[in-house]
Structures are given as C-alpha cells and as structure tokens.
Ligand binder design. Structure first.
Ligand code: ADP
Ligand code: MG
Length: 695
C-alpha cells in the first residue's frame, strides 16, 4: 500500500475538480466553496456529470445524499445512476438537480414538532464546502437536511450557519487590524476519537452491549486499569492490523488519520486526524466512527463507541481541538512574532475566554447526552463544571496585563499591548493540564468534554456561535474607537477582569474544585435534564437568533428532541436490563442454587455428620439475592410504567434520571454481587475479566 497514492483516491476533491472540470466551472464552484456564493444551475449540471463519470470509473453504481439527522448518526438513501431509455436500454445519469437537491421523507427522523405530519417531506441540499466521496460503491454527496419551511432538521445546517457567523464577525476584527487580503475566516477542528475494542464473539454473548452499547451489569474484575499499564503501551498485533486497515480506509476517503495509541483503560484506543475545517472535520468524524465499527467486525472485534461501556473503567471522549484560521493561512490563536500580531492574538484569546465564561450553560448542553452523563463528573473525565486552563506562562502574561505590570519571566518592560513583544508561548509543555475541560494548548483550544459516540457538530456550533457573538461586541467597540490600540488594550484588560473566574489551572478532579467553583458562581450541571432547560432561556434564544444560527422555533424543537432522546435511551436500558434479569440472570441463579442445594442434600444423605458450611451459605445467600433481585426488578418495572405518566418531556427526563436510573443502579448492585460468588461457568454471559482481556 502506498499511502500517498491512496490518500483521497475516493474523494472528488479540489485536485480532481481542477483536473476534470472546465476552467469556468471549476472557478465558479471554487468561488462557491471558498466564499459561499450561490451556485447556478448550469454549473451544477456540469459538476454533476463530471462527478458521475469520475464515480463510475471508480466502480460506483449508486449515489446518495449523505446527511446528518438529529439521531446523531448519518443517513443515506441510495439511488442508482441507471436510467432506462426507450427501446429497452439504459444510460447512467446524474443531473445537476439531483446533485443539488433531494427529497426525503422527513417523517421518520426526529423533528421535535417542526414538521407537521401533513408536510412530511424534507429536502436535502448539497453542501459544496465538503467534498463528495465514494463509499462502498456509492457516490456520497454531503448534504444539509431541512424541512420545506427551511427549518434545520439536521446537525449540518446549524454548523454551516455558525461557521458563517464566526466568519462575519472575525472578518470585522481582521479588517480593523488591516488584513485586507483575508477573504475568509474558518473554524478549524481536530477531533481525537476514543473507543474500545473487544472480542466480537464475547460482544454477541452480551445482550446489554448489543441493545445499549454499554454493559448494564458486571462485577469488578481482579485487574482493571489500576496499574496504568495500558496507556501508550505496545499495541497488540491483532489491534495494529485493525488500525492499519482503518487508516487505509480513512485515507481513501481523504481523512488524515494520523496518530493511534492505546488509552488509559484496557482495550481502549484513540485515533486522531490532522485538523481541517470544522465542517469537513465533522463529516470526517462521522465517517471515522462508521469505519471503526465496520473494520472492527472484519478483524473479529466489536468497536464500542459508548461513553461508558464499563463501570469502574475510564470512559471514552472526543477531544475537540478548535481554532480559527484565515484563507491566507493565519491561525488566529497562534501567538505572533510582532507586537501587532500579539495584540490581535490576545484579542481573539480573550474573546474565547469571555465566550466560555458567558456561555457555560450552552457548552454543557452541547455535549449533554445520557451516555456522556456517566463520564462527566466521575473521577476520570472533566467534571460537569466548565473552566479553562491557560498554562503558567500565558496566565502570568494575562495577570501582568490586567495589573498593568511588567511581565518578568520574559524580562521585558511593562506589558503594553501592541507595543510589547510577548515571549513565545510554549506548546505542548509538560504542564499540560489533562484534567481541564477546556485547555489552551499553544495555538488552539482543546474542548475535552464531548462524548465519544456523538457528533461533534453541536459542540462546534456552540463554540463558533458564542465566539462570534463576543467578537461582534468587540467589533462594535473597536469600530467606534478613536485609538484602536488603546481600545484593544482596554478590551483585553476589561475581559480578563470580568471573566477571569472561568480560568482554573489546578486539578479539576479534586473535590475542593467543586466548592471553589460554586464560590466563583460557575455553573455545575451534573445531568442532561439539569442542563437542557437553559437552551430555551430567552437570552440564549436571542443569542442564536442574533447570530442567525437557530430560530427560536428550531431551538425549541431541539430542546424537545434532546430531552426525548435522553428519556428513550434510559428507557431502552431499563427494558434491556429487565429482559436480561428475567430471561438470563434469574434463571441462571435459580438453576445454579438449585444444583447446589441438591448436591448439598445428596452429601447430607451420604455423610450425615459432616457440616456443609460452604454449600449452605451459598444456597442461602443466592436464594436471598434471587428474592431481592426479583423485587428490585419489579420496582424497576413500576418506575418504567410511571414515566409514561409524566406530562411533559422535561418531567419525563427527570423521572428517568431520578426514578428509573436509580432503580437500575440498585438492581445492578445486587446482580453484580451475585456474579461475584457464582461459578464462572454458571454465569450466562462473559464477565468484565474476559471482556477486558480480549486479544
Ligand atoms: P496532542 O493533543 O495529542 O498533543 P496535537 O496537539 O498534535 O496532539 O493535536 C491534537 C489534535 O489537534 C490533532 O487532531 C491536531 O490536528 C489538532 N490541531 C492542531 N492544530 C490545530 C488547530 N490550529 N486547529 C484545530 N485543531 C488543531
Ligand atoms: Mg489531546
């Protein structure tokens, strides 16, 4: 395999377009991609035809509009290029209209009330800023998915709007700094994806994994991650063969998978691509999740993307590295070489600080899911409290600026923005704080809270929008200012003073931080139902409307979808748990304890004088557990019936959290206790010890 040759070989990318499209068509399309100008129908038709010829040469027979509905995964509906002609033959056809717009029955996708049943149609619209690609013989065209009224029914539409919002506001600032050559500012994203690999055979013996993606039961194994011997450990041959094939598949699709290593937990791994624009990175992350699962199956593995597949073992996240970059190649979060560049860097930096402090609620919501709730706040992932890490050097610089003092480490005179040259801020130094939910890492921020299973669209929609909104405020001040440099300095000082409470360079896992954060007035929203109501608060609706990212109606629909989704996930887990208890666990325990009782009775006949403390103790304990598990299962069943009485989605979600979820935890505790004392061969499915020593 020659990586260079296969990279992007299945992508209708810029190189292919340049080579195959007539010059004027290429130029028109390129303008659309870079500047967001609308595409005219003639251009679309030429592009479609060229795309089709290219796809057929690569073995494609079908095409699909590839979109990202609110389910969080991608959807596709395949149509063949084949079109019958008079006389019985057929030709391969693909029109501009088919490329640009598709109809889709929206009624089977979550819409949160946006799509009235009498208007069930939705449409998909080509997003020319993400390249078309061929996957399994099908030309996939990245598209946005909307209702006929134009409301977003997907995750791409708001992402594209938020990218525009950020572009609009960042451009205003760059103009003031004299960058007249810059045409566009784009958020850049590099998501690091964590996942577990376990043996496929074992996976299919666990119906909890099959139905819910996580284990609902499992006694602690004798050895877990205590020794920290898995992190960056040598990769086992079967796993590296898997990773090689994942790379190959991803490279063909133009996904620049770059680093792979073992993670902290046993059987846990990470894959990171080289960053790209937020839109492409989001598409690519969806593809990455899909390919991880498919390739795993070919290697006898099951890939678990759930945020918390195993209790007591670290969960999986997705570190969303984020920055802003210009079409001229300038990273706006890269400290510069000259005083002017540094003033600009500091302005963008404090914009992010202000945005995160003002919109902790929205960031928390952007990563809220039933799965991720298991991770946040537990002693492994970032807590549910949002704070930012800047590192010692940058912190001292900001302190000096705030207090109009000299910055000593760099042995310079008083920090005077726009005049002073700041020292180079070290990247990747050892002081990297891995406990921070939002860390500055030299020239980008790393948002560490997203869950491993969900689309990164929501996190990036939020980041783009909240930073755009702060930049809008800055631009308004700066455009009025008589002395630009002085006003920049004032904004930086004001922002540090007003928003420094969000900066925390200490250990986010420590119990003391929770108290400290409360004292600082930071939000602590441990669960999804705690967080979601903030989404529809008037100031948040105003913010998203101001930045033209969501309408109030769209936000309300998303609020409902997210709540419903949360309740559904928990209800499915509870039903799966009951099913497994009734059909697997109780029967196994009854059979096993019965056999023990019989053996003990037999021995009693043979050896009437010999005491049988072990057998008797076990039979007694197991019989007690059987009765308790049975009664907890009944209680769980009752709580499931109760949630249907809740009269609105929020009440239902809260009932799922406070009632159903608690009953599940109680049931699990008893089952795990039983697992700990039952013969391995009598347990109906493989336990943690087996699952986590796959190889
Ligand atoms: P690590 O966090 O493991 O030290 P890196 O810092 O090299 O690794 O990068 C982690 C991820 O951040 C990679 O996906 C990388 O491409 C991405 N990244 C690097 N620079 C940027 C940037 N300017 N914008 C967005 N993502 C970036
Ligand atoms: Mg990282």
């Amino acid at each position: 395999m020659n990586p260079q040759e296969i990279f992007g070989s299945m992508v209708f990318n810029d190189a292919v377009m340049r080579q195959r499209l007539p010059k004027e068509t290429y130029r028109a399309l390129h303008k659309t991609m870079v500047e967001g100008t609308p595409l005219n129908p003639e251009v679309a038709s030429v592009v479609a035809n060229t795309m089709k010829d290219w796809a057929i040469e690569k073995g494609a027979t079908h095409f699909t509009h590839w979109f990202q509905p609110m389910t969080g995964i991608t959807a596709e509906k395949h149509d063949s290029f084949l079109s019958p002609i008079e006389g019985g033959g057929a030709i391969m056809e693909f029109s501009g209209r088919e490329l640009v717009k598709g109809e889709s029955d929206a009624s089977s996708f979550p819409s949160g009330g946006l799509r009235a049943t009498f208007e069930a149609r939705g449409y998909t619209a080509w997003d020319p800023t993400s390249y078309a690609f061929i996957k399994e013989g099908t030309l996939c065209i990245p598209t946005a998915f909307c209702s006929y009224g134009g409301q977003a029914l997907d995750k791409k539409t708001p992402l594209l709007r938020s990218i525009e919002a950020l572009n609009r506001q960042a451009m205003r600032i760059l103009k003031l700094f004299g960058h007249h050559d810059v045409k566009r500012v784009t958020p850049t994203v590099g998501p690091e994806q964590e996942y577990f690999l376990i043996d496929k055979e074992l996976f299919y013996q666990r119906r909890d994994l099959i139905y819910t993606g996580r284990t609902l039961f499992g006694a602690r194994p004798p050895k877990g991650q205590e020794l920290d011997d898995h992190y960056y450990g040598s990769i086992k041959p079967r796993v590296s063969a898997f990773m090689r094939e994942v790379d190959e598949e991803l490279w063909k699709l133009g996904v620049s998978a770059k680093t792979e290593h073992n993670e902290v937990a046993p059987c846990q791994h990470e894959l990171a691509p080289i960053f790209s624009s937020a839109n492409i990175a989001t598409d690519h992350n969806q593809l990455t999740m899909e390919i991880l699962k498919k390739v795993a199956a070919r290697h006898g593995f099951a890939c678990l993307l759930h945020e918390k597949p195993f209790a007591g073992v670290n969960g999986s996240g997705k570190h969303n590295n984020w920055s802003m970059s210009t079409d001229t190649g300038m990273n706006l979060l890269e400290p510069g070489e000259t005083p002017a560049e540094n003033a600009q860097f500091l302005l963008f930096l404090v914009a992010v600080i202000q945005a995160v402090d003002l919109h902790q609620d929205l960031l928390r919501i952007s990563i809220a899911s039933a799965g991720n709730d298991h991770r946040l706040g537990a002693n492994e992932a970032p807590p549910a409290i949002i704070s930012m890490f800047l590192g010692d050097e940058l912190q001292s610089i900001l302190d000096a600026i705030e207090n109009h003092q000299a910055y000593v480490a760099g042995a310079r005179t008083a920090v005077n923005i726009g005049v002073t040259t700041l020292p180079r801020i070290p990247k990747d130094t050892t002081d990297r704080n891995r406990t921070s939910p939002f860390a500055f890492t030299g020239n980008k921020f790393e948002f560490r809270m997203p869950g491993s299973a969900v689309s990164i669209a929501d996190a990036n929609v939020t980041l783009n929008t909240i930073v755009a909104d702060v930049l809008m405020g800055f631009a308004e001040r700066l455009e009025q200012a008589a002395d630009l440099r002085a006003e920049v300095e004032q904004i930086v000082v004001d922002t540090i003073t007003n928003h420094k409470r969000i900066i925390f360079n200490g250990n986010n896992y420590a119990a003391a931080w929770k108290q400290e954060a409360t004292k600082r007035g930071l939000l602590d929203l441990p669960s999804t139902p705690d967080a979601l109501p903030y989404l529809i608060q008037p100031e948040n609706i105003a913010l998203f409307e101001r930045q033209q990212v969501y309408s109030g109606e769209e936000l309300h629909s998303r609020y409902e979808i997210l709540l419903e989704n949360y309740s559904k996930v928990i209800a499915i887990e509870a039903h799966a748990m009951l099913d497994i208890v009734n059909k697997e666990i109780l029967p196994a325990l009854i059979t096993y304890s019965g056999a023990l009782a019989q053996a003990a009775a037999g021995k009693r006949v043979l050896l009437p004088d010999l005491p049988l403390p072990c057998e008797e103790k076990l039979v007694k304990k197991l019989s007690q557990l059987i009765a308790e598990i049975d009664s907890k299962a009944d209680a769980l069943n009752d709580s499931l019936l109760r949630i249907d009485l809740a009269d609105d989605p929020l009440a239902k979600a809260r009932a799922c959290r406070d009632d159903v979820f608690q009953r599940m935890a109680e049931t699990r505790a008893l089952v795990d206790e039983a697992e700990g004392i039952v013969d391995r061969n009598a347990w109906p499915f493989p336990g943690y010890g087996e699952l986590l020593t796959t190889k």
